[in-house]
Design a protein around this ligand. Structure first.
Ligand code: ZN
Length: 132
């Protein structure tokens, strides 16, 4: 069994299109300038529905993490053990992902990271992170 792929919808399709093109794009409220993630129709800061998709830096730090040893869903069992990180992006938003090319014992809170993309299909790539 393979892991499920993201299914783009009306709210997040530009996010996934950005990832497929090697860009981390986030919503930014045009009236107040607040970045937000995950994609949604309304600004949590000011309530506006006006926004743009803007390229984010792709840089941040590990805010927190865990190492999954199981049990887990059958689709993820072959990956055990694997890490799950919450990245605090420089834009001030958080993103849950995985840290690649890093042994579990070297993962720590505050670790500087940058986005990389794991291509799954022609139209889907997952944003992952590596040390920088
Ligand atoms: Zn706003």
């Amino acid at each position: 069994m393979s892991a499920p792929y993201p299914v783009p919808n009306a709210d997040n399709a530009p996010f996934w299109a950005g990832c497929a093109g090697g860009e981390l794009r986030l919503q930014r409220c045009t009236p107040c300038g607040a970045w937000r993630h995950h994609p949604r129709p309304m600004c949590p800061e000011c309530g506006s529905t006006k926004f743009e998709w803007a390229r984010a830096s792709g840089r941040g730090i590990v805010h927190t993490f865990t190492i999954v040893h199981g049990p887990t869903l059958p689709a993820f069992e072959e990956r055990l053990p694997y890490n799950v990180i919450a990245v605090a992006l420089d834009e001030g938003v958080y993103m849950v992902s995985n840290l690649v090319d890093c042994p579990p014992e070297e993962i720590r809170i505050g670790l500087p990271v940058e986005v990389v993309f794991e291509r799954l299909t022609d139209t889907i790539a997952l944003p992952k992170f590596r040390r920088r």
